[in-house]
Design a protein around this ligand. Sequence first.
Ligand SMILES: Cc1cc2nc3c(=O)[nH]c(=O)nc-3n(C[C@H](O)[C@H](O)[C@H](O)COP(=O)(O)OP(=O)(O)OC[C@H]3O[C@@H](n4cnc5c(N)ncnc54)[C@H](O)[C@@H]3O)c2cc1C
Length: 477
Amino acid sequence: MPHAYDVIIAGCGPTGAMLAAELRLHDVRVLVVEQQTEPASAVRIVGLHIRSLELMAMRGLLERILPHGRKRPASAYFAAIAKPAPPGLDSRYAYLLGIPQPVIERLLEEHAVELGAQVRRGCAVAGFEQDDEGVTVELADGERLRSRYLVGGDGARSTVRKLLGVGFPGEPARTESLMGEMEVGVPPEEVAVTVAAIRETHQRFWLRPAGVRVYSVLVPAAGVSDRAEPPTLEDFKQQLHAVAGTDFGVHSPRWLSRFGDATRLADSYRVGRVLLAGDAAHIHPPIGGQGLNLGVQDAFNLGWKLAAQIHGWAPETLLDTYQTERRPVAEAVLDNTRAQTELLSSEPGAQAVRRLLTELMDFDEVNLHLLEKITAIGIRYDFGTGPDLLGRRLRDIDVKQGHLYDLLHRGRGLLLDRTERLTVDGWSDRVDHLADSTAALDAPSVLLRPDGHVAWIGDDQQDVNDHLSRWFGKPAH
Ligand SMILES: Cc1cc2nc3c(=O)[nH]c(=O)nc-3n(C[C@H](O)[C@H](O)[C@H](O)COP(=O)(O)OP(=O)(O)OC[C@H]3O[C@@H](n4cnc5c(N)ncnc54)[C@H](O)[C@@H]3O)c2cc1C
């Protein structure tokens, strides 16, 4: 069977949609297969953190997203301990954008489709077989499609991961929570006073305004009904009573859901021609609001590498750097959510550590360290020895045309050359060159990968050629 597609992506969540768009920047033939006929309706408000906002700016998407969200000041909101951001936060996008998950999913899907991705809703990936040339993907209705690669962006219960036989070790859920949106039957002032008193000791509880007449509710799910069944309004009432002594007269639910705090990481992100990304590769409690951000950033890391592989210019180990770079990042996120979860416990020991951390976070360095973790701007990939900037993302500095990120919309590499005497000859089909001695950069020149990470720093042509080969393959001539 001929390859109808280069890449089939299972799942059109935020990870799958972002990956499809990144691949389309490089003209890769992409099909996204999504089992749901309609986009999700549960209006979970997620926060886009600084690094994700930077990625959106790098692809010219931020202007489109901003009107749908609410900007909040960036803060080191670690284990729900809120501290204002310390001075020296190194980003043009130093805020948190609260935005409903269905909205961000829709915007990313629209972006992917505009770039030429095909999205097929209402059909699930049910099986696949891979061989040396490609993958035969079987859909739930029996149809078989052939592509060169398959990516499982199909969420926590990933069919692709299970069929691949990749282990997903970690800890099962210890606590479950109910979350939903509904109206309340008592005056807002009464809600506010009762809720404030309970939240002094209960961190896994909130009841807060989420729109006209609507409140967002979070309560522990302990002992409530069957885990396999969606929760009911009665479940919420029962749990509100247990925690607050009243159910606040809740009624008219908009949506109700349940989630746990299981923590798991896939043993491998790639087996041959099949890869995993987003929740399919890692799950953790939602504390700190990092899961969607992490998945979108996986997609950003994987897209250009997979495209390079498909177009035949990828250096031999490039695709494997997806796992070597991204798995440790996920490992670190899992760890910080484990730490945060402990700090939410109402046990006296955990509360004491929490008080101590609250004091420590008054030190700017501690505050900044935690903030850089949660917002993912502190990530440094291991590109070998070199200056501190090597392997880190470059912030959106001023260049002669305006902002650096505006030059990265096409998802290509960029040699930012303050010496104005280097070239990218041989790689100009993959890498742009900006000669700009005025660029606000504390280095002679840097080579940026399409994901905005610094792959080389220096001023020597032979040296840059070596690094162009390392990341972008053999020269075209
Ligand atoms: C209460 C709560 C609050 C959260 N808050 C935040 C937050 O503030 N910030 C944040 O970054 N993250 C947050 N998260 C996490 C975030 O929702 C997830 O990490 C994110 O949705 C993962 O995206 P994904 O695309 O990898 O997977 P998913 O969103 O799960 O998407 C997977 C898609 O694959 C589809 N699918 C599944 N199986 C198949 C199949 N066999 N074939 C085809 N399609 C399939 C599904 O229908 C789905 O559309 C929160 C999570 C919860 C529960």
